[in-house]
Design a protein around this ligand. Structure first.
Ligand SMILES: NC(=O)c1ccc[n+]([C@@H]2O[C@H](COP(=O)([O-])OP(=O)(O)OC[C@H]3O[C@@H](n4cnc5c(N)ncnc54)[C@H](O)[C@@H]3O)[C@@H](O)[C@H]2O)c1
Length: 350
């Protein structure tokens, strides 16, 4: 039986990835859609043969669904996920999973209490160049990792969100985090997963340089974050996140190891390039990296559907989502305080 999904929040990510990925997999079905934007949800429901709801709580009560995708504004993720878990549904929640550590913990507790799966949409792990990179690092042929630099920079969410410049992305109460929560959580998660180490310290500049609200005032959210991080194994690296790269999108990672350098998303033809210290070179064409302008299937719905059908807990679970969120919340606190902070201690402990 296909897994029947209800999708909360029918904006850009739902329209470009979750809904089509759900509809094209024979093992899943778009059964219900919920969004307060009545015209938007009605049009999508007609297109995909799903039931439309303005209120997600009504969808949870009335729709015949097994699982829910939570894909609206960041500040709603925790409550909507908890409500769906308490209604007995599995939940795939978009990143960042929550806006506070306590909310993220409450989501994990709700999943455990209801014996339902909670997966977080940290899809960078599934992108083919990143999967290949992990395989190369795990093979040991590059030796020990020493340092890295990673960047995710594009022109900003106004070119992506269904509500453009009026989007929730620019409203503090709904977004809570700017570029750090949008692109930084992805990169924190990718690097934790690739390096197989946890970040222990972070510091840097987290600033608002150029993004303005509809009245022309600078938004109360970060649009640039230039961070320095250290892992528990001593790897140091930099993470550059920007919503003000008004040129071509950058999404690259370079990992510097004892026997050479691994470059991802740097070469225009080969997604993965390895340059060894002895002059040897490996080049891999391994499928594309999704960009804001060019969407490729993320694989996230396929992965969650398989978990549900085989009763296998998701790898990118609440705990993973929490750790990646904690790196970014700590980075924001470090930026505001102008110092390096330890990750994992929580603000109350400092
Ligand atoms: N994993 C990824 O690669 C990725 C990419 C983009 C966005 N996202 C995440 O997806 C989420 C949504 O982002 P988006 O780009 O689709 O935003 P968007 O602005 O395009 O769409 C948001 C949608 O949520 C709806 N909404 C607002 N309040 C709601 C409510 N109470 N109940 C249900 N729906 C409500 C809006 O009407 C809108 O249709 C964000 O958390 C974002 O971080 C993830």
């Amino acid at each position: 039986m296909p897994v029947k999904y209800g999708i909360i929040g029918c904006g850009a990510i739902a329209q470009r990835r979750h809904i089509p990925e759900c509809a094209t997999n024979a093992e899943s079905k778009v059964a219900a859609l919920a969004d307060p934007a009545a015209d938007r949800v009605a049009e999508l429901a007609t297109k995909y043969g799903a039931k439309a709801f303005a209120d997600y709580k009504e969808m949870l009560a009335k729709a015949d669904i097994d699982a829910v995708v939570v894909a609206g504004p960041n500040a709603l993720h925790a409550q909507q996920s908890i409500d769906a878990l308490n209604a007995g549904k599995h939940v795939l929640c978009e990143k960042p999973m929550a806006t506070t550590r306590d909310d993220a913990k409450a989501m994990m507790q709700a999943a455990e209490k209801n014996k339902k799966f909670l997966m977080i949409g940290l899809n960078q792990r599934l992108m083919p160049p990143h999967v290949k990179a992990k395989e190369i690092l795990q093979s040991g042929r590059l030796g020990k990792v020493l340092s890295f630099r990673t960047a995710f920079k594009h022109p900003g969410p106004e070119g992506w969100s269904v509500d453009a410049g009026k989007s929730w992305f620019f409203k503090k109460a709904q977004a809570f985090m700017g570029v750090a929560g949008d692109l930084g959580v992805h990169k924190a998660d990718l690097m934790r997963w690739l390096l197989e180490q946890e970040f222990t310290e972070v510091g840097g500049f987290v600033s608002t340089l150029d993004k303005r609200d509809t009245e022309g005032n600078l938004v109360d959210l970060d649009d640039n974050a230039y961070l320095t991080l250290k892992t528990d194994g001593g790897i140091i690296g930099s993470m550059i996140l920007s919503w003000t790269n008004y040129g071509a999108e950058e999404n690259y990672t370079v990992v510097y190891c004892q026997k050479g350098v691994l470059s991802l998303g740097v070469d225009p033809v080969y997604g993965v390039v390895v340059s060894y210290s002895n002059g040897d070179r490996e080049q891999h064409k391994v499928g594309e990296m999704s960009t804001n302008l060019k969407q490729v299937a993320s694989g996230i719905i396929d992965s969650f559907t398989k978990c549900i059908q085989t009763n296998t807990p998701p790898e990118i679970d609440g705990q993973e989502g929490y750790k990646s969120l904690d790196v970014i919340l700590t980075a924001m606190e470090a930026g505001h305080q102008g110092r390096i902070l330890k990750i994992g201690a929580g603000p109350a402990a400092r």
